[in-house]
Design a protein around this ligand. Structure first.
Ligand SMILES: Nc1ncnc2c1ncn2[C@@H]1O[C@H](COP(=O)(O)OP(=O)(O)O)[C@@H](O)[C@H]1O
Ligand SMILES: O=C(CO)[C@@H](O)[C@H](O)[C@H](O)[C@H](O)COP(=O)(O)O
Length: 459
């Protein structure tokens, strides 16, 4: 009889689910659905929040699409998801299981995501200096909590637990009172030391930070508990892994050699390679560096250029066109627009138009926003713009991780992953032009596959 590991990735744009067959180590079924959970709040400039209830509803629908007979034979569950973000809930009442074998959200806040820009450089410079090699940026969980502490302390009084969206799902599945978090996600919140795997308790305490909101740290690849109830046909008592970062999970799904670099483009974009096993990060943060070192498994690290501007730059372009067309009295679905844009750029092999797509800035240079330059009368077609935008996304990430750095690290191959790459041939063409090394492509729904593989490897 076949058994499966369920892998779930709660991404910024979509939820992905896969059933990974343990015997053949292959994907038996998978689904992805957009969450359409973005909250538009004109009162809070630069806020980027998502409705956690809609994300969980999408998760329920996505699981409902998987074959029930196979779900009954799931022996482990792994979750990954968007890092850095934070949501808050009340212990014991964060979810409602009364609707049969799935849960919905109850006393939870919205999710403040990694794209949130409410913490200005001025605000960040007023925070204590972390004892960590990772500097704190806007959109990082601890920075967001500090922001609430200073600007809306009454908001925090409503909640007793905090975590990333993937940690929340794990807590609800296991019926935990608190939240457990792996170093992969904890590092993404800031004020976490990856050498000792501990929060900067003394520094945070000194600054009046609400320490009870810090999750308990458990190893990446470890278990958080067991399902407290039947879940979409998966029997109660099934072991659940502590949630991983989507970045590390996508790398796990497709990095097969030490000489591979992985380029993932989903909503955001990351270009990364594995550091040698004996690498240890510097003692203090280097906020001006475009390369950071994120914990992988055990004591190992990935060097990463983590760009805030990946597939979201294309999505913003599509949104902009949709709103212009609406004003002009025309309508077209997003998927139709993507198809037409990609088609027009495939017919426009190069462009002298230059698009710098850094609409969210970058963590090492938050004030450097997007630009369009070299505009002439002959390069204004949709084909030119789409081609230049795709090239700009690649130019930006390769400027953050220069070719010499990849060469020095001995990178011999680029593995492309993420659905922005999988669904966009123009982007794939630009990826292939951007690197001296050959490019191969990973699986679809990479992070969900990766986290399922991690849980399978624990068997
Ligand atoms: N119909 C489409 N055709 C091509 N690309 C698309 C389409 N819809 C979304 N995308 C791209 O996919 C990106 C989202 O990828 P996804 O893997 O779902 O993100 P995440 O893992 O962050 O949730 C979008 O930002 C956009 O660039
Ligand atoms: O920024 C980093 C790491 O610092 C990224 O690896 C991290 O995955 C992203 O910020 C978020 O997790 C969003 O991921 P995604 O939804 O774009 O897949």
């Amino acid at each position: 009889m076949s058994t499966y590991v369920l892998g779930v990735d709660v991404g910024t744009t979509s939820v992905k689910t896969v059933l990974f067959e343990t015997g053949s180590r292959s994907v038996a079924a998978s689904h992805a659905l957009p969450t359409t959970s973005d909250i538009i709040d004109h009162n809070l400039i630069k806020a980027k929040e998502q409705e956690s209830g809609r994300i969980i509803d999408t998760l329920n629908r996505c699981l409902g699409l998987l074959p029930r007979d196979k779900l009954q034979h799931v022996i482990r569950i792994g979750l990954s998801g968007q890092m850095h973000g934070v949501l808050f809930w009340k212990a014991k009442s964060g979810s409602d299981w009364s609707k049969r074998d799935f849960f919905t959200t109850t006393d939870t806040s919205q999710l403040v995501t990694w794209q949130d820009g409410r913490c200005s450089s001025h605000f960040l410079s007023s925070l204590p200096k972390p004892h960590s090699h990772i500097s704190v940026a806007t959109g990082f969980g601890c920075a967001t909590i500090f922001w609430y502490m200073r600007h809306r302390p009454e908001f925090l009084e409503d909640f007793t637990v905090a975590g990333t969206i993937q940690d929340y799902v794990v807590s609800m599945l296991c019926g935990l009172d608190g939240c457990v978090m792996t170093p992969q996600n904890a590092a993404s919140w800031g004020f976490f030391n990856t050498s000792s795997n501990q929060w900067n308790i003394d520094i945070l305490k000194g600054a009046g930070f609400p320490l009870h909101l810090l999750p308990q740290c458990v190893p990446s690849g470890g278990l958080a508990g067991q399902t407290c109830s039947d879940w979409h046909g998966i029997p109660a008592g099934t072991p659940v892994g502590a949630a991983l970062g989507d970045f590390q999970s996508s790398v796990y799904s497709c990095m097969s050699a030490q000489t591979d670099a992985v380029l993932n483009i989903s909503t955001s974009a990351q270009l990364t390679f594995a550091m040698p096993a004996d690498f240890r990060p510097p003692d203090s943060p280097q906020p001006a560096s475009s390369i950071s070192y994120f914990p992988y498994f055990e004591d190992s690290y990935l060097a990463v250029a983590a760009s805030l501007n990946g597939g979201n730059a294309l999505a913003t372009f599509v949104e902009m066109l949709t709103s212009w067309m609406k004003e002009l009295g025309a309508e077209m679905s997003d998927s139709c627009l993507y198809e037409k844009l990609i088609h027009s750029a495939l017919n426009q092999e190069t462009s002298d138009l230059r698009v710098s797509p850094t609409i969210l800035g970058e963590r090492h240079d938050p004030l450097c926003l997007g630009q369009v330059t070299n505009i002439s009368t002959t390069n204004l077609s949709l084909g030119h713009l789409t081609r230049a935008l795709c090239r700009g996304i690649l130019d930006n990430i390769t400027s953050m991780m220069p070719a010499e750095r990849l060469q020095q690290a001995g990178v011999r191959r680029i593995v492309g992953s993420g659905s922005a790459i999988a669904r966009n041939e123009v982007l794939r063409q630009e990826v292939e032009k951007a690197f001296a090394q050959p490019v191969v492509y990973g699986q679809n729904a990479d992070s969900a596959v990766g986290v399922a593989m991690v849980l399978c490897d624990l068997l």
